[in-house]
Write a protein that binds this ligand. Sequence first.
Ligand SMILES: NC(=O)c1ccc[n+]([C@@H]2O[C@H](COP(=O)([O-])OP(=O)(O)OC[C@H]3O[C@@H](n4cnc5c(N)ncnc54)[C@H](O)[C@@H]3O)[C@@H](O)[C@H]2O)c1
Length: 269
Amino acid sequence: MERVLRENAFAGETHIVTGAGQGIGNQVAAQLALHGAQVVLVDLDAGRLEEAKAEIAKNAAVAPIVAAANVTDEAQVKAAVATALEAGDHINGIVNVAGVTRDARIVKKAYDDFKFVMAVHLHGTFLFMREAAFQCWHPAFKANENKPLDDGVNRFIVNFSSVSARNGNIGQIDYTAAKGAIESATRTAAREFSGYRVRVNAIAPGPVNTPMLAEVGDEGIAMMGRATLVGRIAEPIEMARTVAAIADPLLFGYTSGQVFAANGGMYIA
Ligand SMILES: NC(=O)c1ccc[n+]([C@@H]2O[C@H](COP(=O)([O-])OP(=O)(O)OC[C@H]3O[C@@H](n4cnc5c(N)ncnc54)[C@H](O)[C@@H]3O)[C@@H](O)[C@H]2O)c1
């Protein structure tokens, strides 16, 4: 696997990645581990996470840790963050990738599906941000006599939005609303966590070649590709490399509260 940052850019750091069992989250975890981080892999299925761990470990200086959790379950999120802290003493980064879709037009959308999609994206993102602050960053801030943590330690959050937060998407009232809310929540967390010196940003991908797109079909995928300026949908590794760049303080140490549009020019704001 090819590095895009300097060797060991994240050495000594602990990064939590949700949705790490497949798709974009899996590639994000692999990229961060490739650059020296100890990654904590979060997803629903422990068995699939063990497979991901074995695969990622092949190119990692530090073996990943598995923390199976449902991101909508408060107790499980608390436990996953505690597991990360036991392993690494500090939480340097969180990448909130876990996601689901339950597409149906508004008129036919089941309320349970709406709540489910909102919960995985928005509530899951909130819970991981809160828990890292509660268990790690806020205690460190207190121990520093409530002064900003100007200790040179890299701290970041990258939340996953989508191009459809701004563009809208038929069948995705829940998904698009959750992604828009994640962008707003990113801005608030960036302000609240500035004293912890945590850079909080979001990435809003266009269409990416993962199982999430499976039901769109070949023609749908081709159409999405034509709607971009680069003429194709993205591969998960491209999103993972962008996340690794955002996580790197040498590249984006002066950037917080922003949404990175990684959509191939599908939407220009
Ligand atoms: N694929 C795309 O075209 C695309 C476009 C824009 C944004 N995104 C966003 O990127 C992120 C990753 O998408 P993907 O395409 O890799 O999806 P995916 O379906 O391939 O993977 C999502 C992962 O999240 C996990 N997950 C779902 N619910 C969970 C829960 N409650 N707790 C823990 N883990 C859970 C799944 O098990 C799965 O491993 C999502 O937030 C998605 O909304 C994807």
